[in-house]
Design a protein around this ligand. Structure first.
Ligand code: PMP
Length: 337
């Protein structure tokens, strides 16, 4: 038995029980390991769906160029599909993203333009503005627009949601995931709520992002916006893929808690997880009083640890940010003293 190309291996990712990092949580917690996708993230699903829908609608034509502002994972999914389908890719990203992510996109032949992080989305230098300008100026190009392109949520409605429902025999009680574009949680959550309206859908947000306040007050508060370190989740605007009617609650997690928990997941569960996996588990621990013994929680593990080797998996990086609290005696520190 074989697959005809790598795109056919997307999806059907395993659910793995978390045994140690969830200490103190009464419920059973299962992680959906999206790193098992060929681009090592959940974004392979929506990238392929966005491309297929654009082909069908006639927006993306043979030999065309795919343009997108991406923090890396969506770019990876688009780049892989572009290789198989014969498209070119130009991505804009921010200087906050890890170098590993940018290098990985270039490995698939994509062109990557790195833009400044700390400018308003409307600023002509922002990664949103630069990608829109490229779309206007590059002939035969199509901008995927993952934030407002509803094929993103639809991919998770059609795949991620049904997989979770089947893998848990319909026993899932909570779905918890980091929210960036909103596609993962809104799509999978909508499907699950259609099967059982009692399922709770919790979004993990970051300090520096607008989602939680907007959900709770209906106010888009610019004072909530400031630079943060966590990658992949939180936003300074409201993407159309965030369906606030599906998501019951947003929980904010600090950069430090997310970074340290990401490392714990590798060391205690043997799962080499990306930054937002730490956010999700840390957020769930903050919510533990709301969980009962017979609850079955599914958390989404969006991407892989290799993309963060120079960040939270690097002690110097953590130390520079004051995140490393109890320094342990290591062979290196003994030799230095
Ligand atoms: N975690 C990581 C690492 C991501 O790249 C993303 C996508 N921005 C998310 C979480 C959030 O997923 P979504 O965009 O579907 O809300």
């Amino acid at each position: 038995m074989w697959y005809n190309n790598i795109l056919e291996t997307i999806g059907n990712t395993p659910l793995v029980k978390l045994n140690k990092v969830t200490d103190g949580i009464k419920a059973t917690v299962l992680a959906k390991i999206e790193t098992n996708n060929p681009g090592n993230s959940i974004k392979d699903r929506m990238a392929l769906k966005m491309i297929e829908d654009a082909e069908q609608a006639g927006f993306l034509k043979p030999g065309g160029t795919i343009i997108e502002g991406t923090s890396g994972n969506t770019g990876m999914g688009l780049a892989i599909a572009a290789v198989i389908k014969g498209y070119k890719c130009i991505f804009t990203t921010t200087d906050k993203q890890s170098k590993e992510k940018v290098d990985a996109l270039r490995a698939f032949g994509a062109e990557v333009i790195v833009c400044p992080t700390n400018v308003e989305p409307e600023d002509p230098r922002s990664y949103y503005s630069v990608s829109s300008r490229l779309q206007r100026e590059v002939p035969n190009s199509w901008k995927a627009n993952q934030y407002d392109n509803l094929s993103n949520s639809m991919a998770n409605y059609e795949q991620t949601g049904p997989e979770i429902w089947e893998q848990t025999n319909g026993k899932v009680t909570h779905l918890v995931a980091g929210v960036g574009t909103g596609g993962t949680l809104s799509g999978a959550g909508k499907y699950l709520k259609e099967q059982n309206p009692n399922i709770k859908i919790w979004g993990i947000d970051t300090y520096g992002s607008v989602f939680k306040k907007y959900k709770e007050t209906g106010i888009f508060d610019k004072n909530e916006i400031y630079p943060y370190i966590t990658e992949g989740i939180g936003e300074d605007f409201l993407p159309q893929n965030v369906d606030f009617s599906v998501i019951d609650h947003f929980e904010k997690v600090t950069d430090k808690d997310a970074a340290l928990m990401t490392r714990e997941i590798a060391r205690k569960e043997g799962i080499f997880a990306g930054n937002s996996c730490g956010s999700v588990v840390a957020g769930l621990l903050q919510m533990k009083d709301q969980l009962k013994e017979d609850d079955l929680v599914v958390v989404i593990f969006h991407d892989h640890g290799t993309r963060y080797l120079g960040k939270m998996y690097n002690d110097d990086w953590l130390r520079e940010r004051g995140f490393l609290k109890d320094e342990k005696l290591t062979a290196k520190s003994i030799l230095q003293n």
